[in-house]
Design a protein around this ligand. Sequence first.
Ligand SMILES: CC(=O)N[C@H]1[C@@H](OP(=O)(O)OP(=O)(O)OC[C@H]2O[C@@H](n3ccc(=O)[nH]c3=O)[C@H](O)[C@@H]2O)O[C@H](CO)[C@@H](O)[C@@H]1O[C@H](C)C(=O)N[C@@H](C)C(=O)N[C@H](CCC(=O)O)C(=O)O
Ligand SMILES: Nc1ncnc2c1ncn2[C@@H]1O[C@H](COP(=O)(O)OP(=O)(O)OP(=O)(O)O)[C@@H](O)[C@H]1O
Ligand SMILES: N[C@H](CCC[C@H](N)C(=O)O)C(=O)O
Ligand SMILES: [Mg+2]
Length: 486
Amino acid sequence: MQLNKILKNINYEIKAGNIKKEISEIKYDSRAIKTGNLFIAISGFKIDGHQYISQAIENGATAIIIEKELEVYEKDITYLKVENSRQVMSILAKNFFDNPLKEIKLIGITGTNGKTTTAYLLYKILQKYAGQAALFGTISNIIGSETLSSNRTTPESLDLYRYFAQMKKKGIKYGVMEVSSHALDLYRVESIDFEAAIFTNLSPEHLDYHQSLDNYREVKSRLFSQLKPNKYAIINADDPNSEYIKKKSEAQNLSYSLDTKSADLYTTEFKLKQTGLEYKTGGKLVANFKLNLGGLFNIYNSLAVVLTALVLGIEKNIIKKALADFDSVPGRFEIIDQGQKFQLIVDYAHTPDAMENILKAALNIKKNKLIILFGCGGDRDRSKRPLMAALAEKYADSIIISNDNPRSESPTKIFKEIEKGFSSNFTNYSIIPDRKKGIKAAIELAKKDDLVLLLGRGHEKYQVIKERKIELDDRQVAIQALKDRE
Ligand SMILES: CC(=O)N[C@H]1[C@@H](OP(=O)(O)OP(=O)(O)OC[C@H]2O[C@@H](n3ccc(=O)[nH]c3=O)[C@H](O)[C@@H]2O)O[C@H](CO)[C@@H](O)[C@@H]1O[C@H](C)C(=O)N[C@@H](C)C(=O)N[C@H](CCC(=O)O)C(=O)O
Ligand SMILES: Nc1ncnc2c1ncn2[C@@H]1O[C@H](COP(=O)(O)OP(=O)(O)OP(=O)(O)O)[C@@H](O)[C@H]1O
Ligand SMILES: N[C@H](CCC[C@H](N)C(=O)O)C(=O)O
Ligand SMILES: [Mg+2]
């Protein structure tokens, strides 16, 4: 595509060269550049992409987007200076791929907890309704019959538009996407026209990055302030931040609730069962729903999804059937049943709020003692650590603390910060750093009718310790430990 066309709606200053040239592709990593590409130099947190401009040119880049002045501008290369490279990347991508979203309805989901679960539930309905759909999120990126692995919750804008172009090519009309706070702050979804946006909930998380809860909330609300007036905001009315989110949105605001009759969709009754849940709704839709998922929080996730499906014009029976047929989300309340005499659940709770929710759900289904294993990720919000310990002390009968993903931090230091959350005289816990050994110990502790909860890593297949990435899947380790115990 001609560079001048790719630059539509962008403010830039031509530092050198001309904009009448053909661009074969756009890249933000110099290592991936090929002949005729446009390279976007980003001043990152760790690395300054501007340092790699000469490498990009060597690899064939003919045009460069910069957000800083350079000392030398090479001959025959076009240099365009912009205010913010990441922000511009989102518009460049939209232009380059001829905005595939013109023909696609995309639903964005944000909130501290429940994004992945809600996305999977909605994906299932969309798939049933439209035959094929797409999903972008923490566990994987799915485009119709193709499943790609995912490294982050929300990909970079350029990668997103590449996926949207694939959707268009395959004739996929509906997609659902988790939108993380990092993505909103780093302009990954900046130019996207969402058909609807869902707000699940908000509690302290990623404060290492956002510095304060107010900043975090403001960033989350951007998904709603960017909605066009004829689009939909689907908001959890029971979250204390719902009014704030509503005020930021000029779209059609709709709410769901477990107890407010003034919400657009609410439950009139619900039952939490051993292996699932049932509820009746009032408001926009009067109907009964059954799900195989456990936990009160999953009523919230599914209410959000039902309300979204309704505004998309999907019939009640399709919604009900899709939810009833839904098995589970990998690593979320995932029941491991090898015929053992106790219950075993793997869950991704890695925030205090998620942990409290899963522990309450556990109390509801446990028949005897509750054994939990958890840890806290390194290079992530440290304020979560003592809070998670306090919750463990409050709800569990036995506690094992073990490594999550220590990343660059010292595991011992992480454990010390976790321990600070226990009462001063509390000693009823053990620290087993090696996660495999920890899981084995938790399973060996379990007696008939106990409930073992392995928390924090859910679907994760690798553990990150310093620079090393080690294969480790809680579910596989648990299954092996159950076999060894026999
Ligand atoms: C804080 C954050 O989000 N950082 C992201 C950011 O990193 P950065 O700004 O540090 O990038 P950098 O590594 O300094 O590189 C700067 C630029 O130089 C380029 N470069 C680099 C080397 C080279 O040889 N040539 C070159 O051109 C890079 O491609 C990049 O464009 O941009 C990078 C490129 O896109 C991302 O990989 C990186 O995600 C890191 C790995 C990360 O851990 N992100 C997490 C915190 C994250 O995004 N999490 C959220 C939320 C999770 C949730 O709660 O669900 C998520 O959406 O996953
Ligand atoms: N609506 C909810 N409210 C509170 N906690 C929830 C909710 N839904 C799920 N959880 C808990 O949070 C954990 C993470 O859920 P999920 O993966 O769906 O959230 P997420 O927002 O995608 O998380 P992440 O940002 O880490 O990707 C679950 O394993 C469960 O313990
Ligand atoms: N999306 C979250 C996942 C955390 C999962 C937990 N296992 C950890 O490593 O802290 C993050 O990157 O903060
Ligand atoms: Mg997620």
